[in-house]
Design a protein around this ligand. Structure first.
Ligand code: UDP
Ligand code: MG
Length: 325
């Protein structure tokens, strides 16, 4: 029977964890009862360097039920790295992983359909939000703009799919060979290939606590997604450069003809406009190119993408040792 690992990144989630952990456990038990997954399945919490009691709660949960296990990152590294750490930890211990946020926003009942699709032969199943009626107008429109921008810039992502997805360990074994440090999972997983499909669900409101994805972080994620997955912005610069070059050629011809005909009016205004415009455009282009150079810099250093400092099962060993001393 297939073992399922549910991977849940948690950052300062002391308010929601006590509520949602029970929901995840009920779901796991139900799937086990229905014979869809093995009883060796686990709920793997990834503590992303939380500053509140999140890790203590995870350790308590692990003590209460063997289905709960947890790992802790040595510091806060962001949602994507936390999910990656969980996936890599799980890939050799199970056949199926499902990553989901811990705030109860994603409908856990979609897991049934995801696992059915897996049994039908799909290796990746994307959880896709049906509509965003529960989000505020602002969150909804910025999030939709986010997907449009990503696709327009050549980073292909599944529309309205965040990081709620089923990935088989077979895919993860291949994914482990993607060594880049700039990670944007929802754009990278489709690159692995294999048979995939989508499952639709309604997204609810956060059960408690606050979102960690304000507009600033979302813009950063979009920018990271684009520059990690596509070189289209650089191509656009090239195309734009050519256009400007063409226009300036026309301008030169016009200027030469003008001066030959003796119409050398003091063109101060137009000169200043062109200089300012070109200056601005050049700075922007340099910035975009610089972003890519920065990415290359980070990639060449090849620093670890996550560092796990603690594991709940090692904690148990540690406390055993302390007792014996
Ligand atoms: N998260 C994380 N590290 C971070 C920020 C967020 O592990 O630095 C986790 C968080 O605990 C949650 C998930 O990522 O489980 C999604 O975050 P959130 O619900 O705040 O984002 P939103 O749903 O509002 O986009
Ligand atoms: Mg959320």
């Amino acid at each position: 029977m297939d073992r399922l690992y549910i991977i849940i990144p948690c950052y300062n989630e002391e308010k929601v964890l006590p509520i949602t952990s029970g929901m995840f456990l009920d779901k796991l038990n139900q799937l086990v009862r229905e014979g869809k997954i093995s009883d060796e399945s686990r709920i793997l919490f990834v503590n992303d360097g939380s500053r509140d009691r999140t890790w203590d709660i995870i350790c308590e949960l692990a003590g209460q039920d063997p289905h709960f296990i947890g790992i802790s990152q040595s510091r806060n590294r962001g949602h994507q790295n936390a999910v990656l750490a969980g996936l890599m930890e799980a890939k050799d211990r199970c056949e199926i992983t499902i990553s989901i946020d811990c705030d109860g926003q994603d409908d856990i009942n979609a897991m049934d359909a995801m696992i059915d699709e897996y049994h039908n032969g799909c290796e990746i199943v994307y959880g896709v939000r049906k509509k965003r009626t529960t989000d505020t107008w602002f969150k909804r429109s910025t999030a939709e703009g986010f997907y449009k921008l990503l696709n327009w810039m050549g980073a292909e992502v599944v529309y309205n799919h965040a990081d709620y997805r089923l990935v088989s360990s077979r895919v993860l074994q291949e994914f482990a060979n993607f060594k880049e440090v700039n990670i944007f999972l929802r754009g990278m997983i489709p690159l692995v290939g294999f048979k995939s499909t989508s499952v639709y669900y309604d997204r609810a409101e956060r059960i408690a606590g606050e979102s960690h994805y304000p507009l600033k972080k979302m813009l950063a994620l979009a920018f990271d997604g684009i520059t990690s997955l596509s070189v289209k912005p650089i191509r656009m610069i090239t195309a734009f450069g050519m256009l400007v070059a063409l226009l300036s050629f026309v301008g030169i011809v016009w200027a030469v003809i003008g001066s030959l005909m003796g119409n050398t009016v003091s063109g101060w205004g137009s000169t200043v406009c062109i200089v300012c415009f070109m200056g601005g455009v050049q700075m922007l282009c340099l910035g975009i190119i610089g972003e890519y150079v920065g990415k290359i810099y980070l990639e060449t250093k090849a620093r670890p993408r996550y560092i796990i400092s603690e594991r709940t099962w090692e904690e148990e060993k540690k406390s055993d040792r302390n007792c014996k001393q």
